[in-house]
Design a protein around this ligand. Structure first.
Ligand code: C2E
Ligand code: MG
Ligand code: MG
Length: 640
């Protein structure tokens, strides 16, 4: 650079002959006084706030930018503990990391801190501490990142809120729900607090800066109730508003609903701090999250107040609109609760509220849920269960009232479910009818019962053979070729048609014309007996029944239950009169009568006097395994 006009590169090349200090000296003691002066000036004039610290963490020198950032005179900074100036002591993890840098056990440490300027205003600072190479000192630098933080907060606010109602959206709702559950599961004090070490701005979980989320505390769980509640609501008929009045009106309605919900959530008498998180989860779905709930009563009150707040008509630019809402309410301990579990429960409960008639709140009911779940589980495992042979038949004796002889047995199906144990038919017959698998199951029952009856007959050739009575569902008559099935099974098992009785309910045969009537007629022609099961619970139209090929009436158990002689209860004469009249009429029409649910000898005596032909019930025997029936036959005195 000195003088001589040379080639184009000369400007960047040190002039030949210039003596430079050896490398080792250049960085340490070998610095010229001028260099040191320049460095000092650069340090002082830098825009980045900096301080040089000794290994105790005391300020050796600080620049003007640091003084300005904190609002402290530069001179007053010297010999101060840096940890005090920028709050490095309040959090143990931060303090530990900082000490490691001072002790040369770590090469760098960075954290984000909220600092206070002496004039009172707060700022966000990114603090970096690193040793100065080959020097006993440490450099502390502080960048004011308030603008960046504010921008981040604003972006976050946009991402986390719904523009129509200005409420927190689904994302924020789930974040808060997750952190509420996490916080209460966490050991106190170990929580990940704001501004901890290694936290780069973007990874913060707080909602700082948005200023509109109702107070939640810091989620540390201190003094929390360990419970959480949720009102999950959906407007009834909102789609109609959108469709008929347009989306603009729909949006205005949503915004108006949102503000009423917020009012309710802010004026909850249970919480001192008031305010629960109200979020729009999408469409016309809203949620109110009650952290630290005090119990179901709090949630019930909140749900009630929401319903009544929404009852007042809305005035939307001259248009008066009324809406109602359905609310699913869930309240439970946070222990073992997951966000998904809670939301599923809320969803189910909301569905119940809608199904129960809308415009109401419904509380989650674990039993109702279990029922729903087992129903689901049963539905899906029914068909494979038939193939896996999980069903068994029990048989209940049908006893002659006059002679006490077992003439036949009713086959009653049970499901040995691998998970739920033995299930009674009322748990699964309805489901099987709904999904059509009753046809397959019914065929299995019929075949098994006929085969069994034939087996007893073969095993006890000298005893009058038992008939078997098999229950037939409505759908078997309609959806399958019952006549063909019966014929095939009788042929296959070798059972005489006279030893088979089919039980149908009144409703299955009432009004029967066409196919069912033809089926009944064909079966009867074959020699199979038809019985009407649970008689008296439906139409009880004896005159009509007598015109059908029916030969047995099975009186429903509720009639016999009216005969309560033994317990000292005065019998209801009306019941007796009715039953007696029915038996007489049935006989006149050529039908025999079987009474179900005979539990006491008093009932049996009464039935016998009235003229009832056959009895079935616990007095004689519970439904039992086929082996037990074989034992009964073996001791039977009656020879064929
Ligand atoms: P159902 O045909 O009226 O059968 C009589 C029911 O009364 C049986 O219940 C039996 O256990 C019960 N029972 C018998 N004696 C007494 C008594 O003295 N007191 C009381 N309280 N109850 C008594 P189960 O076995 O639970 O069957 C219930 C119903 O399930 C049956 O009522 C029948 O409608 C249906 N079902 C059973 N098996 C089948 C089947 O294989 N196919 C079809 N489609 N339905 C079936
Ligand atoms: Mg029956
Ligand atoms: Mg019955």
């Amino acid at each position: 650079m000195s003088g001589t006009p040379e080639g184009p590169h000369s400007a960047t090349v040190a002039a030949p002959g210039t003596v430079r200090p050896p490398v080792t000296e250049r960085h340490t003691l070998g610095r010229t006084a001028a260099e040191l002066r320049d460095y000092g000036a650069a340090f002082r004039a830098a825009h980045l706030a900096m301080a040089v610290l000794d290994r105790e963490g005391l300020v050796i020198s600080a620049n003007d930018a640091l003084a300005a950032l904190l609002g402290i005179e530069p001179a007053a900074l010297s010999a101060q503990a840096a940890a005090d100036l920028v709050d490095l002591e309040s959090d143990p993890r931060t303090w530990h990391a900082y000490r490691e840098v001072l002790d040369s056990r770590r090469s760098r440490f960075r954290c984000t801190r909220r600092l206070k300027h002496s004039s009172g205003h707060a700022l966000w600072a990114e603090i970096t501490v690193s040793p100065v190479p080959e020097s006993p000192t440490v450099l502390l630098s502080i960048a004011d990142i308030s603008d960046r933080r504010e921008l981040q907060a604003r972006l976050r606010h946009l991402q986390m809120h719904d523009p129509v109602t200005r409420l927190p959206n689904r994302t924020l709702f789930f974040e808060r729900l997750a952190s509420a559950l996490e916080a209460s599961a966490q050991v106190k004090g170990a929580s990940y607090v704001e501004g901890g070490p290694y936290v780069e701005g973007a990874s913060h979980r707080d909602d700082t800066g948005t200023g509109d989320s109702p107070g939640t505390g810091d989620g540390n769980g201190d003094g929390g109730t360990g419970r959480i509640g949720l009102c999950y609501l959906d407007l009834d008929g909102f789609k109609a508003v959108n469709d008929t009045l347009g989306h603009r009106t729909g949006d205005r309605l949503l915004a108006a609903v949102a503000s009423r919900l917020t009012e309710c959530a802010d004026h909850d008498g249970y919480t001192r701090s008031g305010g629960h998180l109200v979020a729009r989860l999408g469409g016309d779905e809203f949620a109110i999250l009650v952290e630290d709930s005090t119990g179901t009563e709090q949630l019930a009150d909140l749900a009630r107040s929401v319903l009544s707040a929404l009852q007042r008509p809305f005035d939307l630019g001259g248009q008066r609109l009324s809406v109602s809402a359905s609310i699913g309410v869930v309240e439970r301990s946070t222990a073992g609760t997951t966000p998904t579990g809670l939301m599923q429960a809320a969803d189910t409960t909301l569905y119940w509220a809608k199904a129960d008639g809308k415009a109401r709140w419904t509380l989650f009911d674990p039993e109702r849920n279990a029922h729903r779940m087992t129903r689901q589980a049963l539905t899906s495992s029914l068909r494979p269960a038939i193939e896996r042979d999980e069903f068994v038949l029990q048989y209940q004796p049908l006893v002659g009232m006059a002679d006490g002889i077992v003439g036949g047995v009713e086959a009653l199906v049970r499901w040995n479910h691998p998970q739920f144990g033995t299930l009674a038919p009322n748990r699964f017959i309805g489901i099987a009818e709904e999904d059509g698998s009753i046809v397959q199951l019914g065929r299995w029952v019929l075949r098994t019962a006929c085969r069994q009856a034939r087996q007893w007959q073969k095993d006890h050739p000298r005893v009058r053979p038992l008939f078997v009575s098999v229950n037939v569902a409505v759908r078997q008559v309609w959806d399958s070729d019952l006549v063909a099935d019966v014929a095939e099974i009788l042929a296959e098992t070798g059972l005489a048609p006279q030893l088979l009785q089919l039980e149908l309910t009144e409703s299955a045969v009432m009004g029967s014309a066409g196919r069912p009537l033809q089926a009944l007629q064909a079966l009867s022609d074959m020699g199979v007996r038809i019985a009407i099961d649970d008689f008296g619970t439906g139409y009880s139209n004896l005159a009509y029944l007598s015109r059908l090929p029916v030969s047995v009436l099975k009186l429903d158990g509720s009639f016999v239950r009216g005969f309560r002689y033994d317990e000292g209860v005065h019998p209801s004469p009306a019941d007796e009169t009715i039953v007696e009249a029915m038996v007489q009429l049935a006989h006149r029409l050529g039908l025999t009568v079987t009474a179900e649910c005979v539990e006491t000898s008093g009932q049996a005596a009464r039935l016998q006097r009235i003229g009832c032909d056959t009895g079935q019930g616990w007095l004689f025997s519970r439904p039992v395994a086929p082996e037990r029936i074989a034992e009964m036959i073996a001791v039977s005195p009656l020879e064929a």
